[in-house]
Structure formats: C-alpha cells, structure tokens
Write a protein that binds this ligand. Structure first.
Ligand code: UDP
Ligand code: MG
Length: 318
C-alpha cells in the first residue's frame, strides 16, 4: 500500500476549505482505496479568519486530516516547505485550497507515476482564462526572461501543483535556502517530469492573495535566486560605457585640434552626468538586492514557526 500526502497551504481560506474537503472525499472514493492511503496535510499560514478552527474541526472527525499551524503569515513558499518537511507519503503532492488545482486530476497523475518511468507529474495551464490580460502579459515576459538567464528551467504556465515520488521530495527538502522560489527549485533539482496540461479553473470561493505588486516582487525574487545575470549585466554596462567614453575623448581631442574649442554644450554635459549617475545607482541597487538576500541567508533563521499542530512530531527541517 502506498501513502499519498497532499500538502495544502492555506491562508484565509475559510470559504474554500469546506468545498475543498468535499472534493477530496469525492476523489478519495475514486482512487483504488486498498492500494492507497491518503493523508491531508494542511499548513495554516497564519490565517486571520476561521481557517484554523475549521481545520481543528475536520481533524477531530477525520484521522486523515493533519494540520500544522504557523505563528504568523510566513508566505506560501514557507508553507510548502513545511509541508515537504513533514510529509510522510511515498507520493507527495502540493495543491491550493481554492480548487484551482483540480484534485480530480490526482488518479490520473498517480497512474502515470505508477505505470510510466517518471519521477513527477506537474500541471501546466494551457489557458489563462479569467486572469487580467496585463497579468498574463507580464507573466509571459517573466518566463521568457528567467529561462534565458538562469538554469532553473521554469515552464510557462506551470503551477505549483505536482505529484512527486519520495526521492524528489527528499531533494527538495535538502534545498534549505531561506529565499525560496519553488518553481525554480523543481526545475533545478532535475528528475523526469511529465507535464499534464489543463484548462485554467477559477477560484471556488474567497479571494486571491496576490496583487500585481506582490507578483512582481515574487518574479524579481525568482530571477535573483536563480540567476547571476543581473550582476554581470552591471559589469558589461561598465565596459560599454568605458568604450563609449574613449570614443568621445578621441572625438573631442580631434575637434579641439582641428577647429579650436568654443565653450558650449554644458547642457549635454549635465545630462550625460545624470544619465551615468542613474546607471550607477541602478547597478548599486542590483548589488544591494543580492546582498540583502545573502544577509537573510546567512542569518539562518527558521523558515517558519509552528504554534499548533495535531501531528505527533513536527520537523523544522534546516
Ligand atoms: N497562500 C498561503 N500563504 C500566503 C498566500 C497564499 O499559504 O501568504 C495559499 C492560499 O491559501 C492558496 C494558495 O496559497 O491555497 C494559492 O493562493 P492564491 O489562490 O491566493 O493564489 P493564485 O491562485 O491567485 O495564484
Ligand atoms: Mg488560487
């Protein structure tokens, strides 16, 4: 018998949780039960609504429900990491509580891992229906850029929803970095992944926790965590500007020798100075971004702090 752990990060999901649980029960009855044992591992990421109460209630009447509750909101990445560290299953999946990751795909995903030579089955949205067009546009640009400048291999439209074998989960747990970007981590560790396309589904209830600004910062984090290209970009810009200034120098000396030098052109001088000042500040900012990540990393703070759980033992991982 194989054990399947479903990790469900929850932040203010009181409205979607009842639907989610109902759907899981339906899917459970579709699985060939003697072969599989399901474990639901909810991670309450410091919700401010009744999420924790609902989880306590579910856990009291259903032994397959386990929960780990954080002392405050640590973010979805921390919640997923807590899930990976505490999942005991031979197969482990992450899925959102809002049913945007359809649990009904699970039997098919399990079947692929059992019968074919793959280590994980990941899902990919083929449409972005129901999403604001501007968000889709920037998302596409992000995937283009990160794949060009990093070795993370992030697939456009990839969701965090995927089912993995134990070896892959152990590899993820071993990546104990503080600044986490799961889409990059999944790609970086390798293994054979089967991509399952599906149509975008809208949230069953409640609201998305991501606004445009949060997503933008997440995208920048993703790039900085998996690519050194922005750092070398600063050096290349330096080389370019040095070359350019050399050409200017030759031009100015030539002009002085041939035509003499009437005093003029202060406006252009000022704008060049401001332009270069801007570039320098930008590059300093890029270095600052990496430095701040390094700073957080070397402090070795825990990824999350657990305030309540119904599990016997809680792993904190690294
Ligand atoms: N989530 C979380 N911590 C957060 C934000 C979100 O655990 O700080 C969970 C949330 O409860 C949901 C999943 O992450 O189960 C995805 O969030 P959401 O549906 O808001 O994102 P979207 O689907 O809009 O990208
Ligand atoms: Mg969602």
């Amino acid at each position: 018998m194989s054990k399947v752990t479903l990790i469900v990060p929850c932040y203010n999901e009181e409205e979607s949780l009842p639907y989610f649980y109902e759907e899981i029960k339906r899917v459970e009855s579709m699985l060939m039960l003697p072969d599989y044992e399901l474990e639901l591992l909810f991670v309450n990421d410091g919700s401010k609504d009744r999420t924790l109460e609902i989880l306590r209630e579910l856990a009291s009447k259903d032994p397959m429900v386990k929960y780990v509750s954080f002392s405050r909101n640590f973010g979805k990445e921390a919640a997923m990491y807590a899930g990976f560290c505490n999942a005991k299953g031979d197969y482990v999946a992450v899925m959102d509580a809002d049913l945007q990751d359809p649990p009904s795909l699970l039997p098919e995903m399990l079947n692929i891992l059992e019968t074919q030579d793959y280590d994980s089955v990941a899902t990919r949205r083929v449409t972005r229906q129901g999403e604001p067009p501007i968000r889709s546009f920037f998302a596409r640009q992000f995937y283009k850029i990160i794949n060009k400048i990093s070795d993370a291999d992030v697939v456009d439209g990839a969701r965090d929803f995927r089912l993995m074998k134990r070896e892959m989960v152990d590899a993820i747990v071993s990546m104990g970095e503080y600044n986490r970007f799961s889409k990059g981590i999944f790609g970086w560790i390798g293994f054979k992944t089967y991509w399952l396309p599906y149509k975008n589904v809208e949230r069953v209830a409640g609201e998305t926790k991501w606004n445009f600004w949060k997503l933008f910062k997440y995208a920048i984090d993703g790039i900085i965590n998996f690519s050194q290209a922005p750092l070398s970009m600063a050096s290349w810009m330096g080389v370019g500007f040095t070359g350019f200034s050399f050409v200017c120098l030759v031009f100015i000396i030539g002009r002085k020798l041939l035509f003499g030098d009437p005093v003029s052109g202060w406006a252009s001088t000022i704008s060049v100075i401001i332009f270069l000042g801007g570039i320098q500040l930008f590059c300093l900012g890029v270095i600052g971004q990496y430095l701040s990540k390094t700073y957080l990393e070397v402090k070795h703070r825990p990824h999350y702090i657990v305030s309540e759980t119904n599990k016997d033992d809680v792993e904190r991982c690294k």
